[in-house]
Design a protein around this ligand. Sequence first.
Ligand code: ADP
Length: 163
Amino acid sequence: MQKIAIYPGSFDPVTNGHLDILERGLKLFDKIIVAILTNPGKKFLFPLEERREMLEVSMKRFSNVEIDTFDGLTVDYASQQNAQGILRGLRALSDFEYEFQMALMNRRLNREVQTVFLMTGLRWIYTSSSIIKQAAQFGGSIKGMVPPLVEKKIREKYRQIPV
Ligand code: ADP
């Protein structure tokens, strides 16, 4: 049986930390579906199509990865995709409580789907989409933390939105 995981997230925008987890996940799963959250109630810097484009370009070097979008319950989406796993990344301590809460709720909702946590590489332990946006907004360098296209797109975005 093919081992499939979904990797859900906002990816607003994708960072090298996200890619690190994806690379590690591919050592465990035959296929990973990167599932971009479309939740209309959440405010994103980048619209869905731009988040998707940045992911597509950044993930070119990986095989056995698909990109999709979803809203609603993550476990329902996982079942639709015949996925046995939900892949999530863990950074510093701050991720634990939220991730545990979510994983336990998801388990309650569907016992067939397992959340799999992978520890990020040390280099990315303090990398998050939001800290990158904050730094870039005020002209800080984000070089080496995100793929080159993302760096370019963030710069362009903040040129359009005056600080
Ligand atoms: P969400 O809104 O679901 O938190 P994110 O795009 O912020 O979406 O994150 C998606 C997943 O990627 C989460 O499991 C998050 O912990 C993980 N992640 C984000 N940044 C990193 C990083 N630097 N290292 C490892 N995992 C990360």
